[in-house]
Design a protein around this ligand. Structure first.
Ligand code: 26Q
Length: 817
């Protein structure tokens, strides 16, 4: 079988090169070779993909539709090869053709169709859904440009477009048969239908075609292949523009432009909401296409029995971005299938469920009525009616309390509040870690919890062990497999607990740390070949990688580096274990403060890395363009994982889990999923510091926070802040004055040190000293690292998805023979 497959692969690659490019292996470019290999593997998958869908159709299975503006899938090929258990076969086949598999893999663009955690979570979930055999679709947008490519020029972030489709799209299958028209703008009219009743419709609208591209989602060690369906926009009429009168001509041009813009680019912000019209259009575009298609398919299978819809269809809304699904589902049920309001409303609420991913009020999505009603006039009418009935319900509930009702309304203050719509229009509201879900109930969504306690639940995030250890850390994976005796842990991560007794076994410690060191050597070789920078593999690799945000507190980490620098300058003989601080982070293009922090990190790197007194004891690296494929290189090489957000701000975090799984020890606050990591691994194996969420909340409420006092009382803090403005880091002195002011005085109307960097500084410094001490005891460190891997079983996205399936979707897995 393997021999047959190998021959198939070799023949496929040669044939694809010939037919697609008229090239041979010798004459083809790396990209062409990658494409040829990818097409060959996709070909291998198509049989199971077809079988899966035949099975779904024949057995009329319930299906979850994971609706998300973002899917941060990472490269497809390596994952496909792993999940198909073809690692050795493909490598041998390519070897025999004289193709370097690593070169082929590195030639694949990394599609960045997401900003960060929320998009990556969607990708991990799809992997788990297929692996466990749950019928599922991921539904989103086929952006032609993903998150920008980050370059660092003179220490500053520079954004460049990411044209991931440049060399083609070997995994995507265009499905013209499912293309649908999506309407924007226009006027709502009522027309008398065949049934004699009046129904609403639109006239004078603009429209675009939504054309789906399907991507296979290959499960690990299973025949189930689900589908990621990404919608692309195209003009409706590809006609001869000249044959139209003036009015039609202009409209046709507008529609062409609309189509071109719609699926052009991902909005690269995950912090504040900009209220851009195009973003709302994008949301409606993929939601309307998905809802229309799902209901058509339901009708094909079940006729008019829409009251059974929720028994077959579940829409999971990945944050509020897809919450137009609530109103669009209402529209289709009312206007297309002519159901009564109350019937349609019951169906809608039973079908939709909402996940909240954020505690930052700036990120709560609201749309000005002006934009909303102009762009989506019929949808706006429906939202108003949902709001009217909801407010009536609230009056029944609370009596006439206008203040409360204004606070909770879906439409108020000239805005449509998407979160309120998602909560009211669905049967489930979940947070993404225990502490986050609790804060939603206690504070953020307290009023809604009072009215709908039964909707609220918690689903702690997870990550897929396929990409995040089996694929990215083959060395450690092999050790685990030989130690446990089989590979079952890859699809049942709780098995890792079997490693716990080995944590104190000297021979196992040696093996474990040898692999860590080898991964560090690989990473430092990568840095040398790509950036010409060498790092010491015997230093502690201390890594903070994630989006750049003030609440994530990259500043706290770099302040500590400055403090260590100051300390060594004052005591040149101090005994600290050499440390390499690795940062990587993209800042939203419009987030000035975040971009200044990137510049600061690079300026600190320049000074520290080149100061002879430091003598290699501190090295700082800012690695450009953080993305999934870079994470796969960094995570296996980490000794220390930085998870230091202001408590109560990070909903969950998922990077924290990736590092834990790969044997890094976390220094972190009691925030997000860190809290549950601590429960699993114990306080001896994690460095916890800083204020709790309650303490942060209380300090904020008290209004008594006075960073000036900390400045006056703490010599180290004073020295760090002074370093920002005394010319050490930049000759013109004023570059980082903004950060100095933001810490001490508040800048631009903000509270001073909003994220409590200075308040937590001393505790962080102490925790970092503990890290240094622990690392110097190599056996202790090995034990801690092993305990982290061994205790990470809970954080498999398989566990998370099983909870969603059992508790929210009531979804059963299928088996395909
Ligand atoms: C909204 C409107 C307009 C423009 C952009 C946005 C937007 C886009 C992306 C708002 C938020 C996001 C992304 C949020 C996000 O990634 N949140 C993270 O979700 C992870 C998965 O649950 C958590 O682990 C992280 O804690 C959370 O920050």
């Amino acid at each position: 079988m393997a021999g047959l497959t190998k021959k198939h692969i070799k023949d496929g690659v040669i044939e694809n090169l010939r037919t697609a490019y008229r090239k041979t292996i010798a004459s083809a470019s790396n990209e062409q070779i990658y494409n040829a290999v990818a097409m060959t593997i996709k070909d291998l998958v198509s049989e199971n993909w077809i079988k899966t869908h035949e099975h779904f159709e024949k057995n009329d299975v319930k299906t979850v539709y994971y609706l998300s503006m973002e899917f941060l899938m990472g490269r497809f090929m390596g994952n496909a090869i792993l999940n198909l258990s073809l690692t050795d076969t493909v490598k041998e086949a390519l070897d025999e053709l004289g193709i370097d598999i690593n070169l082929a893999e590195e030639s694949e663009p990394d599609p960045g169709l997401g900003n960060g955690g929320l998009g990556r979570l969607a990708a991990c979930f799809l992997d788990s859904l297929s692996t466990m055999g749950y019928p599922a679709y991921g539904c989103g947008i086929r952006y032609h440009y993903g998150i920008f490519e980050q370059h660092i020029e003179n220490g500053y972030q520079v954004e460049k477009p990411d044209n991931w489709l440049r060399h083609g799209d070997p995994w995507g299958v265009r499905r013209d048969e499912y293309a649908r028209e999506i309407k924007f703008g226009g006027r709502v009219i009522s027309v008398k239908g065949d049934d004699g009743n009046f129904h609403f419709d639109l006239e004078n609208y603009q429209s675009v075609m939504a054309v789906p591209f399907d991507y296979p989602v290959i499960g690990y060690d299973t025949k189930v292949v689900n589908t990621l369906r990404l919608w692309d926009a195209e003009p409706v009429n590809r006609f001869d523009l000249q044959s139209f009168n003036q009015g039609q001509y202009e409209r046709a041009v507008e529609e062409q432009n609309l189509a071109r813009n719609l699926s052009s680019v991902l909005y690269p912000a995950d912090d504040h909401v900009s209220g851009k019209e195009l973003r709302l259009r994008q949301q409606y575009f993929f939601i309307s296409a998905t809802v229309q298609r799902v209901l058509e398919q339901f009708k094909e299978r079940h006729g008019n029995k829409f009251d059974k819809l929720a028994d077959y269809v579940q829409f999971q809304l990945n944050d509020t971005h897809p919450s137009l699904a609530v109103a669009e589902l209402m529209r289709v049920l009312l206007d297309v299938y002519h159901l009564e309001w109350d019937v349609a409303w019951d169906i809608t609420r039973a079908t939709c469920a909402y996940t909240n991913h954020t505690l930052l009020s700036e990120a709560l999505e609201k749309w000005p009525v002006e934009i909303f009603s102009r762009l989506l006039p019929r949808i706006y009418m429906i939202v108003e009616e949902i709001n009217r009935r909801f407010c009536a319900h609230l009056i029944e509930w609370y009596g006439n309390d206008p203040e409360k009702i204004r606070k909770m309304a879906i439409c108020a203050d000239g805005q449509v509040r998407m979160a309120h719509m998602a909560i009211v229009g669905g049967h489930s509201v979940n947070g993404v870690a225990a502490i986050h879900s609790q804060i939603l109930k206690d504070i953020e969504l307290r009023d809604f919890y009072e009215v709908y306690p039964g909707k609220f639940n918690s689903k702690t995030n997870g990550i897929t062990p396929r990409r995040w250890i089996a694929k990215c850390n083959p060395g450690l994976s092999k050790l685990i497999t030989t130690t446990i005796g089989n590979e079952k842990w890859i699809s049942d991560l709780s098995q890792l607990a079997k490693l716990k007794p080995k944590a104190t076994d000297a021979a196992f410690q040696t093996d474990f740390m040898k692999i860590k060191r080898a991964n560090k050597v690989d990473l430092s070789n990568y840095f040398r070949s790509k950036y010409g920078i060498g790092v010491d593999p015997d230093s502690i690799f201390d890594i903070q990688v994630k989006r750049l945000h003030e609440y994530k507190r990259q500043l706290l980490c770099i302040f500590h580096v400055i403090d260590m620098y100051n300390t060594i300058k004052m005591n040149p003989n101090i005994d600290v274990w050499p440390r390499t601080y690795i940062f990587s982070a993209k800042a939203a293009a419009s987030y000035h403060r975040a971009k200044l922090i990137i510049k600061l990190i690079n300026s600190v790197a320049d000074i520290v890395n080149n100061d002879p007194t430091i003598d290699g004891r501190i090295q700082v690296l800012f690695v450009p363009n953080y993305c999934v494929s870079l994470a796969e290189k960094l995570v296996p090489a980490a000794d220390v994982s930085e998870q230091i957000s202001t408590a109560g701000k990070e909903a969950s975090g998922t990077g924290n889990m990736k590092f834990m799984l790969n044997g890094a020890v976390t220094i972190g606050t009691l925030d997000g999923a860190n809290v549950e990591m601590l429960e699993e691994v114990g306080k001896d194996n994690m460095f916890i510091f800083g204020m709790t969420a309650e303490e942060v909340h209380a300090l904020t409420q008290s209004g008594n926070y006075a960073p000036w006092d900390l400045y006056n009382m703490d010599f180290n803090i004073r020295n760090v802040l002074t370093t920002l403005i005394n010319g050490t880091l930049d000759p013109n002195h004023d570059l980082f004055r903004e950060l100095y002011d933001a810490m001490l005085n508040g800048y631009g109307g903000a509270r001073p040190d909003e994220y409590y960097v200075l308040q937590d500084f001393a505790a962080y410094k102490k925790a970092q000293a503990d890290v240094d001490l622990a690392y110097k005891d190599q056996s202790r460190w090995a034990r801690m690292a092993i305990m982290n891997t061994a205790s990470s079983g809970k954080f498999s996205s398989d566990r998370t998805i099983k909870e969603y399936a059992d508790e929210i979707w009531k979804l059963k897995p299928v088996k395909i023979k």
